[in-house]
Design a protein around this ligand. Structure first.
Ligand code: FMN
Length: 211
């Protein structure tokens, strides 16, 4: 299958328009099953080390579980606030959308018992494969005008317990998924001045070994 330049430009447009969405932007409109399936299908079509496909997607709609995860977030975020006391802005940031998003998806890594092709030297490749799935989901959601917010200020062990996850599973991403009232044009943390944007010239290095 050959794609056109037009397709490539559209893909770049979607990549550039993807945003992390927090609770202040989610609306309550339900996500249609076929759209959720497209997001999940994008996830399972990600590359994975040794074709291990080590992901598991836990769909969470139940308010009690969501609330448990929110309490988990609150606990972890109060610790984070103490770390960022010198940066006033932190305590005012909205950094999750657990209750506001109609669906939460926990993306887990389930390691294989046996050796995995490609993972014999670098043992984090399984986790990285699951991150590839998350990015696919994030982009597909954006193409469907659905927002995703990644929440990582969580106690992983407690989340796995709340989800009754299989032993040895790891939490890679906790995603809040829903329609939004608007997508910001640029990263909110850039707009608020938390971090500056790195341009291509800031991150390009031909070779550190070059003299
Ligand atoms: C691994 C990872 C973890 C993240 N965790 C959080 C989080 O806990 N809370 C939050 O508000 N945003 C989180 N984000 C979103 C980032 O803050 C966001 O991607 C970044 O500021 C760039 O903005 P954009 O995604 O809107 O372009 C996370 C993103 C990644 C990739």
């Amino acid at each position: 299958m050959n794609f056109t330049n037009d397709d490539a430009e559209k893909l770049l447009k979607i990549i550039k328009a993807r945003r992390d969405v927090r609770g202040n932007r989610f609306i309550s409109k339900a996500i249609e099953d076929e759209k959720l399936n497209m997001i999940l299908e994008a996830g399972i079509n990600a590359p994975s080390v040794g074709y291990s496909q080590p992901w598991k997607f836990v769909i969470i709609k139940d308010k009690t579980i969501k609330n448990e995860i929110l309490q988990n977030f609150e606990g972890e975020n109060s610790k984070a606030k103490k770390i960022f006391t010198k940066r006033e802005l932190y305590k005012n940031l909205k950094l999750e959308g657990i209750m506001e998003a109609p669906i939460n998806i926990a993306v887990l890594y389930e390691p294989k018992e046996e050796a995995v092709l490609g993972m014999t030297s670098m043992n984090k490749m399984g986790e990285y494969s699951v991150v590839c799935a998350v990015q696919n989901m994030w982009l597909m959601a954006r193409a469907l005008n659905i927002g995703i917010g990644w929440v990582s200020i969580l106690d992983e062990v407690k989340v796995l317990k709340s989800l009754n996850a299989k032993k040895n599973s790891q939490l890679i991403a906790y995603l809040c998924v829903g329609y939004v009232d608007e997508f910001y044009k640029e990263s909110e943390l850039k707009t608020l001045g938390w971090e500056r944007e790195k341009l291509l010239e800031d991150v390009l290095a031909t070779s550190y070994a070059d003299k």
